[in-house]
Design a protein around this ligand. Structure first.
Ligand code: 13P
Length: 260
């Protein structure tokens, strides 16, 4: 357990793997190896662990895993529960398949699909309608950081993407600087601390005790070699991991940061 700096609320960290558009059937063994390792470690891992595979694998992973408490999430959802939206996946479908959460507003969706804060806001509502926790992603581009706009950009995304009346159970925030994703670059610890503190303050101001207890994940080139340092920063309550979550060995190496 870590303590939120803004209060005495105990926060159980979350380490979530975002497989993005990776993962054929053969990759199931990596996810199941993580679940098995969690089963062996038992209470020795002081964090929740989740894998968000492609939608094609949510049901099979949810059905085969769980022995070790591995949670399964989706990577995106449509705002509607059903309808004529070829190729889209509803939050209700993810929940039906066994997911307990869904990532919304990832920078790749914002860039590839033009998702605005307004759309992300609607997706959070869709996730909640289906009983899923929404993992809401925010983060600045390199241009915005160099222009000194990081805090403004992240604060605006946060305000626009998260609806009213959410709780620490129903929303997780993931701060992912766009320039740190898949590049091997990470912000300096003091820069991560500054953004996470601002997020915590905004969440507390808006949601009170629920905001104090909300998990704020860091994402962007998290690896076994930097996990302990990144996870040790104030108001960092876990990680959203891309590339390194595809390998059980690397993902477990990151989870090690939370081994008692
Ligand atoms: P990488 O860990 O590959 O940098 O990706 C981070 C990310 O985008 C997770 O959502």
């Amino acid at each position: 357990m870590t303590e939120a700096d803004a209060g005495a609320t105990p926060i159980r960290p979350l380490v979530a793997g975002n497989w993005k558009m990776n993962g054929l059937k053969a990759a199931l063994s990596e996810a199941l190896a993580v679940d098995e390792a969690l089963a062996e470690a038992g209470a020795g891992v002081a964090a929740d662990v989740m894998i968000c595979p492609p939608a094609t694998m949510v049901m099979v992973l949810a059905e085969l895993s769980g022995m070790g408490g591995l949670k399964v999430g989706g990577q995106d959802c449509h705002i509607n529960a059903a309808g004529a939206h070829t190729g889209d996946v509803a939050a209700e479908m993810l929940a039906d398949a066994g997911a307990s959460a869904v990532i919304v507003g990832h920078s790749e969706r914002r860039a590839d699909h033009g998702e605005t804060d307004r759309i992300v806001h609607q997706k959070v509502l869709a996730a909640h309608r289906a009983g899923l926790t929404a993992i809401v992603c925010v983060g600045e581009t390199i241009g915005q950081r160099q222009a000194g706009l990081t805090l403004d950009v992240v604060a605006r995304q946060l305000a626009g993407s998260i609806p009213d009346n959410v709780t620490a159970e129903t929303v997780v925030v993931a701060y992912e600087p766009v320039w740190a994703i898949g590049t091997g670059l990470t912000p300096r610890p003091e820069d991560v601390a500054e953004v996470h503190l601002m997020i915590r303050e905004r969440l507390c101001a808006r949601f009170g005790a629920e905001g104090a207890g909300m998990r704020i994940l860091y994402g962007g080139s998290v690896k076994p070699s930097n996990a302990v340092e990144l996870m040790g920063i104030a108001n960092v309550n876990g990680a959203l991991v891309g590339g390194a979550s595809l390998s059980a060995k690397d993902f477990l190496g990151i989870i090690e940061a939370y081994r008692d």
